[in-house]
Design a protein. Structure first.
Length: 97
C-alpha cells in the first residue's frame, strides 16, 4: 500500500467530522470526534479555513463546512456520468436474471 501524507489524513478526519455532523460544532467536540487534542485540531482547522473547506462563525466560534465545499460538491455532481451508472446497473440486472 502506498504511503500518503499523514497531515492530510489527519486534517481529513476533522473535515469528515464536520460533514457527518448535523450542525456546526465547537472545537472541543470536533477535536474529540477526530480523536485529537483541541490545540492540534485548531492548527489543522486554521489551514482548512484558509482553503475554504471549513468556516468558523465569528459570533459563536462554531465550525462548519466552508464556502469551497459548495463548489467542490457541485463539480462532483457535474462529473457524474448517469448513463454509465445506468448502464452498469442494467448489466448487473441482466446478469442476475
Amino acid at each position: 500500500m502506498a504511503k500518503g501524507i499523514q497531515s492530510i489524513s489527519i486534517g481529513f478526519r476533522l473535515l469528515k467530522a464536520i460533514v457527518d455532523s448535523d450542525a456546526p460544532l465547537p472545537l472541543k467536540t470536533l477535536a474529540g470526534m477526530a480523536k485529537m487534542s483541541p490545540s492540534s485540531a485548531r492548527m489543522y482547522l486554521i489551514s482548512l479555513i484558509e482553503t475554504g473547506l471549513v468556516a468558523q462563525n465569528s459570533q459563536s466560534g462554531l465550525y462548519s463546512l466552508g464556502p469551497y465545499t459548495t463548489h467542490l460538491g457541485a463539480r462532483a455532481i457535474k462529473r457524474i456520468d448517469l448513463m454509465e451508472i445506468a448502464s452498469e446497473a442494467m448489466r448487473s440486472l441482466r446478469q442476475a436474471t
